[in-house]
Design a protein around this ligand. Structure first.
Ligand code: NAD
Length: 382
């Protein structure tokens, strides 16, 4: 069938298999163009949240930059009938195909990473195929987590007082004001359950208990800080509380002998970030400014650089011990320009002052649309 994008607000309900494959290939080609990493190279890498965004880019960097065997965990859907699968499904099929072509081990479990069953399944595969992993990437972005009978739902809200600022309505590309209500204590607690570090620690404990991880293994989870304009929504919002918890977990994991890090990454268009109020407008301005300065990076540029810095043991750590991959985003000259634009931005000038076209290009690309060289009029197998 011919697959077309069906966008509803900040999600696209279709994905293009050939487009996703081409987009994965572009990422692999980028990593290969940077050459094999020649310092420390992880050999057996588990990526939790491996099918999209930062997790997929991490997996590609580990496999094609470090030459690692990779085991992935994702939560995706295959196509059925005339319904397409999710982009994560197609990305993973493509990744496994390209990995196999180069003799790189790659297996993926499609399941709920929060569950005990999934942890057991992964540990069984590690024991039978790999022995022990030496790197664990925790890159989940999920709206909910089920523990026993309880379903915790994460919310994207502020904390303290309600917060009003500009936002972009992605349904119709209009700039307007939005008021974000504060999360209740219960909602904050649920968000921490979903996006905090408890499950990461559970993974590390389970791997250690099963003797499926090297003693000095390295593990990373991803976070975001951003500038003041986004703080009430992100850093000081319900998600920020979860990220503070993630940092605490990183320290606890380090106390167990692992090399544990939080990497603070750049704000980018992914399926998860598109759902956050205010942030997409900030991202559209940031893209404009960083592209002008020639410092813009996407997920793959960020992760290739992160893995290269790990390989060379040249981590850019802040005084909290976090790796700062948002260094270029947070440069004063970039943030001053973003902030100037933010002040004067309105509906009439936003096309001029934002890279809204770049935003949408990246958004469609997440689902395999708008990729160079793909014939979108052709019939494809979904
Ligand atoms: P994403 O939505 O692109 O990918 C999320 C991944 O998690 C997918 O592979 C998905 O299949 C998987 N997943 C979701 N629920 C799952 C479940 N229950 N079981 C197994 N797998 C599941 O997300 P992303 O934007 O790449 O975010 C990854 C991490 O990076 C998050 O911690 C996020 O906070 C962080 N981060 C994102 C940005 C950004 O701008 N996007 C910036 C800094 C940090």
């Amino acid at each position: 069938m011919v697959v077309e994008p069906k966008v509803r607000g900040f999600i696209c309900t279709t994905a293009h298999p050939v487009g996703c494959e081409a987009a994965v290939k572009e990422q692999i080609d980028y990593v290969k163009s940077k050459g094999k990493m020649d310092g420390f190279c992880a050999k057996k890498v588990l990526v939790i949240g491996s099918s999209m965004g930062y997790g997929l880019a991490s997996r590609i960097s580990a496999a094609f930059g470090m030459g690692a065997a990779t085991l992935g965990v994702m939560f995706d859907k295959p196509g059925s009938g005339n319904k397409t699968g999710t982009s994560g499904w197609y990305n993973t099929a493509a990744f496994e195909k390209f990995a196999a072509a180069e003799g790189l081990y790659a297996k993926t479990i499609n399941g709920d990473a929060y569950s005990d069953e999934c942890k057991k399944e992964i540990i069984d595969i590690i024991k039978s195929d790999l022995g022990k992993v030496d790197m664990v990437i925790y890159s989940l972005a999920a709206p909910r987590r089920t523990v026993g009978e309880t379903v915790y739902k994460s919310v994207l809200k502020t904390t303290g007082d309600a917060y009003t600022n500009k936002t972009i309505d992605l349904r119709n590309n209009t700039v307007s004001e939005v008021t974000i209500e504060p999360a209740t204590d219960e909602e904050i607690e649920a968000t921490v359950k979903v996006m905090g570090g408890e499950d990461w620690e559970m993974w590390m404990d389970a791997l250690k208990k099963a003797d499926a991880i090297e003693d000095n293994a390295i593990t990373l989870a991803y976070s975001y800080i951003g500038p003041k304009i986004t703080h009430p929504m992100y850093y000081e919002g319900s998600i920020g509380r979860a990220k503070a918890d993630l940092l605490e977990s990183s320290r606890k994991i380090a106390q167990k002998g692992f090399r544990s890090y939080i990497s603070v990454n750049k704000a980018l268009v992914t399926q998860s970030s598109a759902a956050i109020p205010i942030v997409p407008l900030y991202v559209a301005i940031l893209y404009k400014v960083m592209k002008k300065h020639g410092t813009h990076e996407g997920c793959i540029e960020q992760m290739q650089r992160l893995f290269a810095e790990i390989s060379e043991n040249k981590l850019n750590l802040d005084d909290e011990g976090r790796i700062r991959m948002d260094d270029l985003e947070m440069k004063p000259e970039i943030q001053n320009e973003v902030s100037e634009i933010w002040q004067k931005l309105d509906q009439d000038n936003f096309k001029e002052f934002t890279d809204i076209d770049g935003y949408w290009k990246d958004f469609y690309a997440l689902f395999g649309f708008g990729i160079d060289g793909v014939d979108y009029s052709a019939d494809v197998e979904v």
